[in-house]
Design a protein around this ligand. Structure first.
Ligand code: NAD
Ligand code: MN
Length: 361
């Protein structure tokens, strides 16, 4: 019997809608998967909390959640608050505070979905993007001076450290090695960024020496975008910096059918602190409260969380259920060209979870 303590942070916009749908699905899984059980605790942190308390989460927020086995997260962002305040006050505060330095984003074109690529190309998409999640372009180092004057300046410094590059490179190599193709593409921009990105290349090259079993190729980030579109089958595991992988993974999500499906884990590979699992989309103000948000991203995310918790059978059962549902046009939400509501997609996945036997591996 394994009881998993999950901190649930719905956050803003459609975040709480898709996360609550995910909790329902996880409860349904627990009902059919022997020994699986969850203890969910909700935290009402986010922009409404900010309006009441002047901060996105309590001062001791990290203390409150550090004893959980995982964090199940929705999204942050509010039309009436600056994005840098909401993002840094909650999501990045957790990622950086818990040193969740590996951000992992799988993409596949799920059955029944078409996506914008030609069908023969779209079917080839089976990628995992590993994003450096603790430094690089989002280190938060920099400043503003001469505010309001014509000579005003704003500076963001990209921070690349040997230790930071080495640990994410190792993580990506291990992940690539665990996948059938053992194929890693390292993304860089060392032709134009002559310092940090050159160090990135050097340190990654050093780590690669320890992984002779991997096939490795290198891409400049701009060229990588066209390879993803034109030759998706030539890609498997991708290692990229914080900014580059942020952009590439939204492209990946779009090629995979919809931003509403993409899922992410923010992992502390040392497992000394909880890792965080979230759909890749944001608050989606345009559809908040309408009951039409696609919850599949948060379900796929829940499957990643189950894998991380060591619940491989439950993770597979959930993924199979998601794929049964995407294969049925009547269960597609509007972002996928259908008419199903969040609740309808959720009930369909719950029915599939409860009906499908866990496939053997
Ligand atoms: P967004 O992902 O919120 O929305 C982009 C478009 O995709 C919108 O048209 C939206 O309706 C659609 N969409 C997104 N998720 C969907 C879903 N599950 N089902 C159906 N349609 C979906 O991105 P944005 O508009 O750039 O950002 C809105 C806010 O969210 C901003 O404040 C931004 O900072 C924040 N944001 C937060 C995160 C996060 O918390 N990790 C990520 C991205 C954006
Ligand atoms: Mn992003």
């Amino acid at each position: 019997m394994s009881l998993h303590k999950i901190a649930v942070i719905g956050g803003d916009g459609i975040g709480p809608e898709v996360v609550e749908a995910g909790v329902e699905v996880l409860e349904a899984l627990a009902a059919v998967e022997p020994g699986l059980a969850f203890d969910f605790k909700r935290f009402d942190w986010g922009s409404d909390y900010y309006r009441r308390n002047g901060r996105m989460m309590p001062q001791d927020g990290l203390e409150q959640i550090k004893g959980f086995d995982a964090i199940y997260f929705g999204s942050v962002g509010d039309p009436n608050l600056p994005d840098d305040v909401t993002l840094w006050g909650l999501r990045l505060a957790i990622c950086q505070g818990f040193d969740q330095y590996a951000n992992v984003r799988p993409t596949r074109l799920l059955p029944g979905l078409t996506g914008p690529l030609r069908p023969d190309l779209g079917k080839q998409i089976d990628w995992v993007i590993v994003r450096e999640n603790s430094e690089g372009e989002y280190a938060g180092v920099g400043g503003r001076a001469h505010r309001g004057l014509p000579i005003e300046v704003g500076i963001d410094v990209a921070v690349f450290t040997r230790a930071g590059i080495e640990r994410i490179a190792r993580f990506a190599c291990e992940l690539a090695l665990s996948r059938p193709r053992k194929l890693l593409t390292v993304v860089t921009k060392s032709n134009a960024q002559r310092h940090g990105m050159v160090l990135w290349d050097e340190v990654v090259r050093g780590v690669l020496r320890d992984y002779p079993g991997l096939s490795v190729d290198w891409m400049l980030v701009d060229a990588m975008t066209q390879r993803m579109v034109n030759k998706p089958g030539s890609i498997d595991t991708v290692l990229a910096t914080n900014l580059h992988a942020d952009i590439l993974s939204d492209l990946a999500a779009a090629l995979g059918g919809s931003l509403g499906i993409g899922s992410t884990s923010n992992i502390d590979p040392s497992r000394s602190r909880p890792s965080m699992f979230e759909p890749i989309h944001g608050s989606a103000f345009d559809i908040t409260g309408k009951g039409v948000a696609n919850p599949l991203g948060s379900f796929w995310t829940a499957s990643l969380m189950l894998e991380h918790l060591g619940e491989q059978a439950a993770a597979r059962r959930l993924m199979v259920a998601i794929e049964l549902v995407t294969d049925r046009a009547e269960y597609l939400s509007p972002d996928l060209g259908g008419a199903a509501s969040t609740a309808e997609v959720t009930s369909a996945v719950i029915a599939a979870v409860s009906g499908v036997n866990s496939p053997s591996s």
